[in-house]
Design a protein around this ligand. Structure first.
Ligand code: UGA
Length: 436
Protein backbone atom coordinates (compact mmCIF):
# COMPACT_ATOMS: atom_id res chain seq x y z
CA UNK A 1 0.00 0.00 0.00
CA UNK A 2 1.04 3.60 -0.53
CA UNK A 3 0.67 5.63 2.61
CA UNK A 4 1.18 9.32 3.37
CA UNK A 5 1.80 10.31 6.97
CA UNK A 6 1.17 13.96 7.73
CA UNK A 7 3.17 15.16 10.72
CA UNK A 8 6.53 13.84 11.83
CA UNK A 9 6.04 14.35 15.54
CA UNK A 10 6.14 11.49 17.93
CA UNK A 11 3.06 9.65 16.68
CA UNK A 12 3.60 10.28 12.97
CA UNK A 13 7.22 9.25 12.99
CA UNK A 14 6.69 6.05 14.96
CA UNK A 15 3.56 5.07 13.03
CA UNK A 16 5.04 5.89 9.61
CA UNK A 17 8.22 3.96 10.35
CA UNK A 18 6.39 0.92 11.72
CA UNK A 19 4.01 0.86 8.74
CA UNK A 20 7.05 0.85 6.45
CA UNK A 21 8.41 -2.03 8.51
CA UNK A 22 5.10 -3.83 7.80
CA UNK A 23 6.04 -3.58 4.12
CA UNK A 24 4.06 -0.52 3.01
CA UNK A 25 5.50 2.40 1.09
CA UNK A 26 5.34 5.40 3.36
CA UNK A 27 6.01 9.08 2.73
CA UNK A 28 6.26 11.15 5.92
CA UNK A 29 5.39 14.78 5.28
CA UNK A 30 6.10 17.78 7.46
CA UNK A 31 6.05 21.50 6.82
CA UNK A 32 9.20 22.14 8.81
CA UNK A 33 11.94 21.92 6.19
CA UNK A 34 14.70 21.70 8.79
CA UNK A 35 13.11 18.65 10.39
CA UNK A 36 12.68 16.87 7.05
CA UNK A 37 16.27 17.64 6.09
CA UNK A 38 17.49 16.14 9.37
CA UNK A 39 15.35 13.06 8.85
CA UNK A 40 16.63 12.71 5.31
CA UNK A 41 20.11 12.55 6.82
CA UNK A 42 18.95 9.76 9.10
CA UNK A 43 18.77 11.87 12.25
CA UNK A 44 15.65 11.41 14.36
CA UNK A 45 14.71 14.53 16.35
CA UNK A 46 13.32 12.70 19.41
CA UNK A 47 14.74 10.01 21.64
CA UNK A 48 12.74 6.79 21.37
CA UNK A 49 14.51 3.46 21.83
CA UNK A 50 15.06 1.64 18.52
CA UNK A 51 13.43 4.32 16.36
CA UNK A 52 16.46 5.77 14.63
CA UNK A 53 17.71 2.33 13.61
CA UNK A 54 14.28 1.36 12.27
CA UNK A 55 13.99 4.64 10.33
CA UNK A 56 17.38 4.11 8.70
CA UNK A 57 16.66 0.47 7.88
CA UNK A 58 13.38 1.28 6.14
CA UNK A 59 14.85 4.25 4.28
CA UNK A 60 17.70 2.03 3.07
CA UNK A 61 15.23 -0.63 1.94
CA UNK A 62 13.30 1.97 -0.05
CA UNK A 63 9.98 1.88 1.82
CA UNK A 64 10.27 5.09 3.84
CA UNK A 65 10.97 8.62 2.71
CA UNK A 66 10.63 12.14 4.06
CA UNK A 67 9.32 15.14 2.14
CA UNK A 68 7.82 18.59 2.62
CA UNK A 69 5.57 18.20 -0.40
CA UNK A 70 2.04 16.83 -0.23
CA UNK A 71 1.79 17.00 -4.03
CA UNK A 72 4.62 14.53 -4.15
CA UNK A 73 2.83 11.72 -2.28
CA UNK A 74 -0.91 12.29 -1.66
CA UNK A 75 -2.09 11.64 -5.27
CA UNK A 76 -0.74 8.11 -5.26
CA UNK A 77 -1.68 7.33 -1.63
CA UNK A 78 -4.27 4.68 -0.74
CA UNK A 79 -4.37 6.10 2.77
CA UNK A 80 -3.40 9.44 4.26
CA UNK A 81 -2.84 9.52 8.02
CA UNK A 82 -3.33 12.73 9.96
CA UNK A 83 -0.80 12.71 12.78
CA UNK A 84 -0.36 16.41 13.44
CA UNK A 85 -0.32 17.89 16.92
CA UNK A 86 -3.49 18.67 18.87
CA UNK A 87 -2.11 20.68 21.80
CA UNK A 88 -4.28 22.22 24.49
CA UNK A 89 -5.63 25.40 22.94
CA UNK A 90 -3.82 28.63 23.75
CA UNK A 91 -7.05 30.05 25.10
CA UNK A 92 -6.30 27.95 28.19
CA UNK A 93 -9.81 26.50 28.27
CA UNK A 94 -8.79 22.85 27.97
CA UNK A 95 -10.03 22.43 24.41
CA UNK A 96 -7.77 20.64 21.93
CA UNK A 97 -6.47 23.00 19.26
CA UNK A 98 -7.53 21.55 15.90
CA UNK A 99 -5.96 24.21 13.68
CA UNK A 100 -3.33 21.83 12.33
CA UNK A 101 -5.86 19.08 11.62
CA UNK A 102 -8.10 21.39 9.63
CA UNK A 103 -5.23 23.04 7.78
CA UNK A 104 -3.85 19.65 6.78
CA UNK A 105 -7.31 18.47 5.67
CA UNK A 106 -7.69 21.44 3.35
CA UNK A 107 -4.28 20.82 1.83
CA UNK A 108 -4.80 17.09 1.39
CA UNK A 109 -8.13 17.72 -0.32
CA UNK A 110 -6.47 19.55 -3.20
CA UNK A 111 -4.13 16.65 -3.97
CA UNK A 112 -6.49 13.68 -3.71
CA UNK A 113 -6.65 11.41 -6.71
CA UNK A 114 -8.37 8.02 -6.88
CA UNK A 115 -10.04 6.46 -3.82
CA UNK A 116 -8.25 7.50 -0.61
CA UNK A 117 -8.97 6.92 3.06
CA UNK A 118 -8.09 9.86 5.31
CA UNK A 119 -7.31 8.41 8.71
CA UNK A 120 -7.24 10.36 11.92
CA UNK A 121 -4.37 9.19 14.12
CA UNK A 122 -4.13 12.31 16.26
CA UNK A 123 -6.16 12.37 19.47
CA UNK A 124 -9.13 14.52 18.55
CA UNK A 125 -12.51 15.38 20.05
CA UNK A 126 -15.56 13.40 19.03
CA UNK A 127 -16.95 14.80 15.81
CA UNK A 128 -13.60 15.84 14.34
CA UNK A 129 -13.64 13.19 11.60
CA UNK A 130 -17.04 14.49 10.51
CA UNK A 131 -15.59 18.00 10.34
CA UNK A 132 -12.61 16.76 8.34
CA UNK A 133 -15.00 15.10 5.92
CA UNK A 134 -16.94 18.36 5.48
CA UNK A 135 -13.76 20.35 4.89
CA UNK A 136 -12.41 17.93 2.29
CA UNK A 137 -15.78 17.72 0.53
CA UNK A 138 -16.03 21.52 0.43
CA UNK A 139 -12.49 21.93 -0.82
CA UNK A 140 -12.72 19.20 -3.47
CA UNK A 141 -16.34 18.15 -4.23
CA UNK A 142 -15.17 15.60 -6.82
CA UNK A 143 -12.87 13.69 -4.48
CA UNK A 144 -13.46 9.97 -3.88
CA UNK A 145 -12.61 9.47 -0.20
CA UNK A 146 -13.67 8.24 3.22
CA UNK A 147 -12.62 9.48 6.62
CA UNK A 148 -11.74 7.00 9.39
CA UNK A 149 -10.53 7.14 12.97
CA UNK A 150 -7.65 4.94 14.11
CA UNK A 151 -6.46 6.10 17.55
CA UNK A 152 -2.98 5.23 18.77
CA UNK A 153 -2.14 3.72 22.14
CA UNK A 154 1.63 4.10 22.01
CA UNK A 155 3.58 4.80 25.17
CA UNK A 156 6.64 6.96 24.82
CA UNK A 157 9.72 4.88 25.52
CA UNK A 158 7.98 1.67 24.42
CA UNK A 159 6.31 2.91 21.24
CA UNK A 160 7.77 0.49 18.71
CA UNK A 161 6.86 -2.55 20.74
CA UNK A 162 3.40 -1.09 21.42
CA UNK A 163 2.91 -0.63 17.68
CA UNK A 164 4.22 -4.02 16.65
CA UNK A 165 2.46 -5.96 19.43
CA UNK A 166 -0.63 -3.96 20.35
CA UNK A 167 -3.32 -5.15 22.79
CA UNK A 168 -5.84 -4.14 20.14
CA UNK A 169 -6.29 -1.99 17.05
CA UNK A 170 -9.34 0.28 16.95
CA UNK A 171 -10.78 1.27 13.60
CA UNK A 172 -13.71 3.64 13.33
CA UNK A 173 -15.21 3.52 9.83
CA UNK A 174 -18.38 4.34 7.96
CA UNK A 175 -17.95 2.21 4.85
CA UNK A 176 -16.78 -1.28 3.89
CA UNK A 177 -14.33 0.24 1.44
CA UNK A 178 -12.57 2.15 4.22
CA UNK A 179 -12.61 -0.91 6.48
CA UNK A 180 -10.93 -2.97 3.74
CA UNK A 181 -8.11 -0.43 3.40
CA UNK A 182 -7.52 -0.36 7.17
CA UNK A 183 -7.55 -4.15 7.37
CA UNK A 184 -4.98 -4.28 4.58
CA UNK A 185 -2.77 -1.77 6.40
CA UNK A 186 -2.81 -3.83 9.60
CA UNK A 187 -2.66 -7.23 7.89
CA UNK A 188 0.67 -8.23 9.49
CA UNK A 189 -1.00 -8.00 12.90
CA UNK A 190 -3.53 -10.69 11.95
CA UNK A 191 -0.69 -13.17 12.06
CA UNK A 192 -0.29 -12.30 15.75
CA UNK A 193 -4.06 -12.67 16.32
CA UNK A 194 -4.29 -9.02 17.37
CA UNK A 195 -7.92 -8.13 18.11
CA UNK A 196 -9.25 -5.51 15.70
CA UNK A 197 -12.14 -3.55 17.16
CA UNK A 198 -14.29 -2.18 14.35
CA UNK A 199 -16.72 0.47 15.39
CA UNK A 200 -18.28 3.78 14.42
CA UNK A 201 -16.05 6.81 13.99
CA UNK A 202 -17.47 8.59 17.07
CA UNK A 203 -16.90 5.54 19.27
CA UNK A 204 -13.33 5.19 18.06
CA UNK A 205 -12.67 8.85 18.81
CA UNK A 206 -14.05 8.46 22.33
CA UNK A 207 -12.23 5.17 23.04
CA UNK A 208 -8.88 6.93 23.02
CA UNK A 209 -9.95 9.58 25.52
CA UNK A 210 -11.68 7.06 27.75
CA UNK A 211 -8.58 4.83 27.82
CA UNK A 212 -6.27 7.68 28.79
CA UNK A 213 -8.74 9.09 31.32
CA UNK A 214 -9.12 5.68 32.96
CA UNK A 215 -5.35 5.27 33.26
CA UNK A 216 -5.05 8.77 34.73
CA UNK A 217 -7.77 7.87 37.24
CA UNK A 218 -5.93 4.69 38.16
CA UNK A 219 -2.71 6.61 38.86
CA UNK A 220 -4.45 9.31 40.87
CA UNK A 221 -6.31 6.61 42.80
CA UNK A 222 -3.12 4.84 43.81
CA UNK A 223 -1.43 8.15 44.65
CA UNK A 224 -4.28 9.01 47.03
CA UNK A 225 -4.14 5.57 48.62
CA UNK A 226 -0.37 6.02 48.96
CA UNK A 227 -1.01 9.17 50.93
CA UNK A 228 -3.39 7.25 53.19
CA UNK A 229 -0.67 4.61 53.64
CA UNK A 230 1.67 7.32 54.87
CA UNK A 231 -0.96 8.51 57.35
CA UNK A 232 -1.74 5.09 58.83
CA UNK A 233 1.74 3.56 58.51
CA UNK A 234 0.80 1.03 55.80
CA UNK A 235 2.92 -0.01 52.81
CA UNK A 236 1.73 0.95 49.31
CA UNK A 237 3.97 -1.53 47.48
CA UNK A 238 2.41 -4.56 49.16
CA UNK A 239 -1.02 -3.00 48.90
CA UNK A 240 -0.71 -2.27 45.15
CA UNK A 241 0.65 -5.75 44.50
CA UNK A 242 -2.20 -7.35 46.38
CA UNK A 243 -5.03 -5.38 44.83
CA UNK A 244 -3.42 -5.74 41.39
CA UNK A 245 -3.59 -9.53 41.72
CA UNK A 246 -7.35 -9.22 41.44
CA UNK A 247 -7.86 -9.72 37.71
CA UNK A 248 -10.70 -7.19 37.78
CA UNK A 249 -8.27 -4.50 38.93
CA UNK A 250 -5.02 -5.53 37.23
CA UNK A 251 -1.51 -4.77 38.43
CA UNK A 252 -0.47 -2.21 35.82
CA UNK A 253 -0.55 1.56 36.38
CA UNK A 254 -0.64 1.16 40.13
CA UNK A 255 2.76 2.71 40.81
CA UNK A 256 2.52 5.76 43.05
CA UNK A 257 4.79 8.68 42.28
CA UNK A 258 5.01 12.44 41.92
CA UNK A 259 1.95 12.60 39.65
CA UNK A 260 1.47 11.74 35.99
CA UNK A 261 2.89 13.96 33.27
CA UNK A 262 3.64 13.79 29.56
CA UNK A 263 1.95 15.04 26.45
CA UNK A 264 -1.14 12.84 26.79
CA UNK A 265 -2.81 12.35 30.19
CA UNK A 266 -2.77 16.02 31.27
CA UNK A 267 -3.95 17.24 27.86
CA UNK A 268 -6.47 14.49 27.12
CA UNK A 269 -8.18 14.54 30.53
CA UNK A 270 -8.80 18.29 30.15
CA UNK A 271 -9.99 17.94 26.56
CA UNK A 272 -12.36 15.12 27.47
CA UNK A 273 -13.91 17.14 30.28
CA UNK A 274 -14.48 20.01 27.85
CA UNK A 275 -16.06 17.77 25.20
CA UNK A 276 -18.38 16.25 27.77
CA UNK A 277 -19.39 19.67 29.11
CA UNK A 278 -20.53 20.68 25.65
CA UNK A 279 -22.98 17.82 25.70
CA UNK A 280 -24.28 18.91 29.10
CA UNK A 281 -22.70 15.95 30.90
CA UNK A 282 -20.00 15.85 33.55
CA UNK A 283 -17.08 13.59 34.41
CA UNK A 284 -16.64 13.99 38.14
CA UNK A 285 -14.23 11.10 38.55
CA UNK A 286 -11.87 12.34 35.83
CA UNK A 287 -12.09 15.83 37.24
CA UNK A 288 -11.09 14.50 40.68
CA UNK A 289 -8.15 12.63 39.13
CA UNK A 290 -6.89 15.88 37.61
CA UNK A 291 -7.16 17.67 40.97
CA UNK A 292 -5.44 14.83 42.79
CA UNK A 293 -2.62 14.96 40.27
CA UNK A 294 -1.99 18.66 40.89
CA UNK A 295 -2.17 18.09 44.65
CA UNK A 296 0.31 15.20 44.38
CA UNK A 297 2.92 17.43 42.78
CA UNK A 298 2.40 20.03 45.52
CA UNK A 299 2.65 17.28 48.14
CA UNK A 300 6.05 16.27 46.78
CA UNK A 301 7.35 19.80 47.34
CA UNK A 302 6.21 19.64 50.96
CA UNK A 303 7.69 16.17 51.36
CA UNK A 304 11.07 17.45 50.20
CA UNK A 305 10.83 20.48 52.49
CA UNK A 306 9.95 18.33 55.49
CA UNK A 307 12.92 16.04 54.84
CA UNK A 308 15.16 19.11 54.83
CA UNK A 309 13.97 20.08 58.30
CA UNK A 310 11.28 22.53 57.17
CA UNK A 311 13.15 24.73 54.70
CA UNK A 312 15.01 24.26 51.44
CA UNK A 313 16.59 27.69 51.60
CA UNK A 314 20.33 27.53 51.07
CA UNK A 315 20.28 23.76 50.51
CA UNK A 316 21.82 22.05 47.49
CA UNK A 317 19.60 19.34 46.05
CA UNK A 318 20.80 16.59 43.72
CA UNK A 319 17.94 15.71 41.37
CA UNK A 320 18.09 12.43 39.46
CA UNK A 321 15.73 12.29 36.50
CA UNK A 322 13.92 15.19 34.84
CA UNK A 323 11.78 13.70 32.06
CA UNK A 324 8.15 12.75 32.76
CA UNK A 325 9.16 9.09 32.64
CA UNK A 326 12.20 7.01 31.67
CA UNK A 327 13.33 6.17 28.11
CA UNK A 328 12.25 9.47 26.61
CA UNK A 329 13.68 12.98 26.36
CA UNK A 330 10.20 14.47 26.65
CA UNK A 331 9.81 17.11 29.36
CA UNK A 332 6.21 18.08 28.65
CA UNK A 333 4.20 18.32 31.89
CA UNK A 334 6.96 16.51 33.73
CA UNK A 335 6.57 16.75 37.53
CA UNK A 336 10.06 18.32 37.48
CA UNK A 337 8.60 21.36 35.71
CA UNK A 338 6.31 22.05 38.69
CA UNK A 339 8.48 20.83 41.55
CA UNK A 340 11.91 22.29 40.75
CA UNK A 341 10.93 25.95 40.19
CA UNK A 342 9.05 25.92 43.51
CA UNK A 343 12.17 24.70 45.32
CA UNK A 344 14.39 27.26 43.56
CA UNK A 345 12.00 30.01 44.47
CA UNK A 346 12.44 29.20 48.13
CA UNK A 347 16.20 29.46 47.86
CA UNK A 348 17.32 25.93 47.02
CA UNK A 349 20.20 25.24 44.65
CA UNK A 350 19.55 22.42 42.20
CA UNK A 351 22.07 20.18 40.51
CA UNK A 352 20.26 17.82 38.17
CA UNK A 353 21.05 14.88 35.95
CA UNK A 354 19.00 13.02 33.37
CA UNK A 355 20.33 10.39 30.94
CA UNK A 356 18.53 11.80 27.87
CA UNK A 357 16.49 14.84 28.89
CA UNK A 358 19.00 17.52 29.88
CA UNK A 359 19.06 19.31 26.56
CA UNK A 360 15.27 19.46 26.43
CA UNK A 361 15.09 20.33 30.14
CA UNK A 362 16.87 23.62 29.49
CA UNK A 363 13.79 24.75 27.53
CA UNK A 364 11.46 23.91 30.42
CA UNK A 365 13.34 24.73 33.63
CA UNK A 366 14.64 27.99 35.10
CA UNK A 367 18.16 29.02 34.09
CA UNK A 368 19.40 28.58 37.67
CA UNK A 369 19.20 24.77 37.42
CA UNK A 370 22.70 23.33 37.09
CA UNK A 371 23.33 20.15 35.13
CA UNK A 372 25.69 17.38 36.18
CA UNK A 373 27.48 14.92 33.93
CA UNK A 374 26.29 11.92 35.93
CA UNK A 375 24.38 10.95 39.06
CA UNK A 376 27.49 11.05 41.27
CA UNK A 377 28.50 14.53 40.12
CA UNK A 378 25.01 15.71 40.96
CA UNK A 379 25.37 14.39 44.52
CA UNK A 380 28.69 16.01 45.36
CA UNK A 381 28.25 18.11 48.50
CA UNK A 382 24.48 18.10 48.13
CA UNK A 383 22.24 18.21 51.18
CA UNK A 384 19.87 15.58 49.80
CA UNK A 385 19.23 13.48 46.72
CA UNK A 386 15.82 13.39 45.05
CA UNK A 387 15.06 10.51 42.69
CA UNK A 388 12.42 11.99 40.39
CA UNK A 389 12.37 9.69 37.32
CA UNK A 390 13.01 5.95 37.56
CA UNK A 391 15.63 5.56 34.81
CA UNK A 392 17.34 2.15 34.91
CA UNK A 393 20.65 3.97 35.40
CA UNK A 394 19.41 5.03 38.85
CA UNK A 395 18.22 1.61 39.97
CA UNK A 396 21.60 0.26 40.95
CA UNK A 397 23.46 3.30 42.25
CA UNK A 398 26.55 2.78 44.37
CA UNK A 399 24.80 3.94 47.54
CA UNK A 400 27.95 3.99 49.65
CA UNK A 401 29.53 6.32 47.12
CA UNK A 402 26.41 8.49 47.01
CA UNK A 403 26.43 8.62 50.81
CA UNK A 404 30.05 9.70 50.96
CA UNK A 405 29.51 12.40 48.32
CA UNK A 406 26.48 13.92 50.02
CA UNK A 407 26.83 16.47 52.78
CA UNK A 408 23.90 14.83 54.51
CA UNK A 409 22.59 11.33 53.88
CA UNK A 410 19.03 12.22 52.88
CA UNK A 411 17.36 10.16 50.14
CA UNK A 412 13.99 11.26 48.75
CA UNK A 413 12.76 8.51 46.48
CA UNK A 414 9.67 9.76 44.65
CA UNK A 415 9.41 6.57 42.55
CA UNK A 416 9.91 3.97 45.30
CA UNK A 417 12.93 2.49 43.54
CA UNK A 418 14.87 1.61 46.69
CA UNK A 419 14.10 -0.49 49.75
CA UNK A 420 13.70 1.79 52.79
CA UNK A 421 15.42 -0.69 55.14
CA UNK A 422 18.46 -0.96 52.89
CA UNK A 423 18.89 2.80 52.76
CA UNK A 424 18.40 3.18 56.51
CA UNK A 425 20.95 0.48 57.21
CA UNK A 426 23.44 2.63 55.27
CA UNK A 427 22.68 5.61 57.48
CA UNK A 428 20.33 7.46 55.13
CA UNK A 429 17.21 9.28 56.18
CA UNK A 430 14.80 7.87 53.60
CA UNK A 431 11.36 8.72 52.34
CA UNK A 432 9.39 7.25 49.46
CA UNK A 433 5.77 7.63 48.43
CA UNK A 434 3.20 5.72 50.48
CA UNK A 435 5.55 3.86 52.76
CA UNK A 436 7.56 4.39 55.89
C1 UGA B 1 0.03 7.36 27.46
C2 UGA B 1 -0.72 6.01 27.35
O1 UGA B 1 -0.15 5.06 28.26
C3 UGA B 1 -0.66 5.47 25.92
O2 UGA B 1 -1.43 4.28 25.82
C4 UGA B 1 -1.23 6.54 24.96
O3 UGA B 1 -1.17 6.14 23.62
C5 UGA B 1 -0.43 7.82 25.11
O4 UGA B 1 -0.50 8.26 26.48
C6 UGA B 1 -1.01 8.85 24.17
O5 UGA B 1 -2.13 9.31 24.41
O6 UGA B 1 -0.40 9.11 23.14
P1 UGA B 1 2.61 8.07 27.72
O7 UGA B 1 2.08 9.43 28.06
O8 UGA B 1 3.69 7.95 26.71
O9 UGA B 1 1.41 7.11 27.20
O10 UGA B 1 3.19 7.44 29.05
P2 UGA B 1 2.68 6.47 30.21
O11 UGA B 1 3.59 5.32 30.28
O12 UGA B 1 1.24 6.20 30.13
O13 UGA B 1 2.98 7.39 31.51
C7 UGA B 1 2.31 8.63 31.71
C8 UGA B 1 2.63 9.19 33.08
O14 UGA B 1 2.04 8.41 34.11
C9 UGA B 1 4.13 9.26 33.40
O15 UGA B 1 4.41 10.50 34.01
C10 UGA B 1 4.33 8.12 34.36
O16 UGA B 1 5.40 8.31 35.25
C11 UGA B 1 3.01 8.11 35.11
N1 UGA B 1 2.68 6.81 35.71
C12 UGA B 1 2.43 5.73 34.93
C13 UGA B 1 2.60 6.69 37.10
O17 UGA B 1 2.81 7.67 37.85
N2 UGA B 1 2.26 5.48 37.65
C14 UGA B 1 2.01 4.39 36.88
O18 UGA B 1 1.69 3.32 37.46
C15 UGA B 1 2.10 4.51 35.49
Amino acid sequence: MNITMIGTGYVGLVTGTCLAEFGHHVACVDKITEKIERLQKGRVPIYEPGLEALVNKNVAEGRLRFTTSLADSVPEADAVFLAVGTPTSRRGDGYADLTYIFEASREIARHLSGYTVIIDKSTVPVGTAAQVERIVRQENPEADFDVASNPEFLREGAAINDFMRPDRVVIGVKTERAADVLHEIYKPLYLLDTPIVRTTIETAELIKYAANAFLAVKISFINEIANVCEAVGADISALARAIGMDGRIGGKFLHPGPGYGGSCFPKDTLALMRIVQEYGESLRIVSAAVEVNAAQKARMIKKIRDMLGGSESGKTLAVLGLTFKPETDDMRESPAVTILPALLEKGARIRAHDPKGMEEARNFLPLEVEYATNAYDACENADAVILLTEWNQYRALDLERIGSLLRKRIFIDLRNVYEPEKLRSLGFQYTGVGRK
